[in-house]
Design a protein around this ligand. Structure first.
Ligand SMILES: [Zn+2]
Length: 381
C-alpha cells in the first residue's frame, strides 16, 4: 500500500489482517538457542566501557564479560569509504559485510541494506513468525526503521523482522484513535496531522502492517501507558522496557536492541555520554535478570553485546567524542558474548566486526552465506 493512498479501511487493524508470511511447512521449526544482540550504541570508546578501572558500565565489564567470551579488540576495518557511524556499524553487524547498504533515494541520510540481514537469513532458514524476530529501536532514529529487511534481489520483505519503537507505537495509536472515532473534531485534525508527519518520516510508510501479535502488544502498551506519551520511560530506558515486555509477551527467538543515547555527546556535555553508558549498563542488568527469571530464556539464550562504532579520542577537539573523522579509536570496539555453548575467556587478538554476523548465524544453526567475515575462532565450546 502506498502511504499516500492511506485510508483507515485499508489498515486492516480491526480485522487483524497480517502481511503475507513465508509458506509454512517448507522450513524446519527452530530449536536452537535464543539470541539477544545488544547494540551498545550511539558509538562508545573502549576507555569508558571496557577499561576495567575506568568503566561506566561495571555490570558489563565485571559481571558479564567473565561469563563468556570477551573480545577487547574488535575492529571496524579501515576500508576505503567505510564510515564509522551508527547506521553503517549496525548494518555491518547485521550483514557481516562492509558497505552493504545504499541511501534511500527519496530522503538523504537513510540507509537500507543491500545484502541479507541476520533477520532474513534466520527466517528463511527456519519457520519463525515475524513477531519472534524483533528489532527494538529508539524513537528519534527513523533512519534505523529500514533495517528489518533489505532492498534488491535478496530475501526481502517476506523474511523481515518486526520493529518495536515509539515511532511504531504512535503509528498504531493514531490509527486506533482515528478508527475509534470518539475524539472531538479538533482533536481528530491533530491526530490526522500527527499521523501524516509520522508517515512522512518513514518513506516505507506503515507497510507491511504489523502482525496481529504486535498489534496486541501495542494494545497492552496503550492500556498501561496511555495516549499522552508522558507515562512511558524515555530514551534508552524505553528500549529496555520495550525489550523486557517483548520477551514476556512475544517470546522473540532473536531480539536486537539498538541502544543509542551515548550519541547525545555530539551536542555537548561529556557527562551525557558517561551517564548514557551507565543507563545501558542498567538495561543489561534488567535484560539478564528477565532472561534468568523466564524458563523460555533461562539457560537457552546467548547474549552478544557490541557497539556500532567507537568514538574519537582527540583531547584538543571542542567536543572530544565525535566519530566521523576516521580516527583510530572510532574504529575500535569490543564484544562480549555469553550463553550456552559459548566458551569462556579473553580473545587476545584482533577480531573484525564482520565476524559478528557469521558467529551469530553459527550459534543459531544457519550460514550467513553473503558475509565477508568468518566465525570467531574460539567463541564456541
Ligand atoms: Zn553519532
Amino acid at each position: 500500500m502506498d502511504r499516500r493512498q492511506f485510508t483507515l479501511g485499508s489498515l486492516g487493524l480491526a480485522a487483524g489482517l497480517a502481511a503475507p508470511s513465508p509458506i509454512h511447512g517448507e522450513t524446519p521449526a527452530y530449536r536452537g538457542p535464543n539470541v539477544i544482540l545488544v547494540r551498545f550504541g550511539g558509538g562508545v570508546r573502549r576507555a569508558e566501557t571496557i577499561d576495567a578501572a575506568a568503566t561506566w558500565a561495571p555490570f558489563l565489564r565485571h559481571v558479564l564479560a567473565p561469563r563468556g567470551t570477551f573480545i577487547p579488540d574488535l575492529r571496524i576495518d579501515r576500508l576505503e569509504g567505510v564510515n564509522t557511524s551508527h547506521a553503517e556499524g549496525t548494518l555491518n553487524l547485521l550483514t557481516g559485510r562492509y558497505l552493504a547498504y545504499r541511501e534511500l533515494s527519496s530522503v538523504g541520510d537513510r540507509l537500507e541494506p543491500t545484502e541479507p540481514t541476520l533477520f532474513e537469513y534466520l527466517r528463511r532458514s527456519f519457520d519463525i513468525p515475524s513477531h519472534q524476530v524483533l528489532l527494538v529501536n529508539g524513537e528519534d532514529r527513523p533512519q534505523e526503521e529500514f533495517f528489518t529487511f533489505g532492498a534488491g534481489d535478496h530475501f526481502g520483505i517476506d523474511y523481515r523482522s518486526e520493529m518495536l519503537s515509539l515511532h511504531r507505537y504512535k503509528l498504531y495509536r493514531t490509527a486506533q484513535q482515528l478508527a475509534e472515532a470518539s475524539l472531538p473534531e479538533d482533536q481528530v485534525l491533530k491526530v490526522q496531522e500527527e499521523r501524516q508527519t509520522l508517515l512522512t518520516r518513514d518513506p516505507r510508510g506503515a507497510t507491511p502492517d504489523p502482525s496481529p501479535e504486535v498489534n496486541a502488544f501495542w494494545a497492552r502498551w496503550r492500556q498501561d501507558f496511555g495516549d499522552t506519551g508522558l507515562k512511558n520511560p524515555r530514551g534508552d530506558r524505553l528500549l529496555t522496557e520495550l525489550s523486557v515486555r517483548a520477551m514476556a509477551e512475544l517470546k522473540p527467538r532473536f531480539l536486537m536492541v539498538n541502544y543509542q543515547d551515548p550519541d547525545y555527546v555530539h551536542w555537548g556535555n561529556p557527562s551525557h555520554y558517561t551517564r548514557a553508558i551507565a543507563i545501558i549498563d542498567e538495561g543489561l542488568q534488567r535484560l539478564t535478570t528477565a532472561v534468568d527469571a523466564d524458563p523460555f530464556y533461562r539457560e537457552n539464550t546467548i547474549f552478544v553485546i557490541t557497539p556500532d562504532c567507537g568514538r574519537d579520542a582527540n583531547p584538543l577537539a571542542e567536543v572530544p567524542f565525535q566519530h566521523h573523522f576516521n580516527s583510530r579509536s572510532a574504529h575500535e570496539t569490543w564484544a562480549v558474548i555469553f550463553g550456552p555453548g559459548i566458551g569462556k575467556g579473553v580473545i587476545d587478538k584482533p577480531v573484525d566486526q564482520s565476524a559478528i554476523a557469521p558467529t551469530i548465524a553459527a550459534a543459531m544453526g544457519f550460514a550467513a552465506t553473503r558475509a565477508e567475515g568468518s566465525v570467531i575462532d574460539g567463541a564456541f565450546l
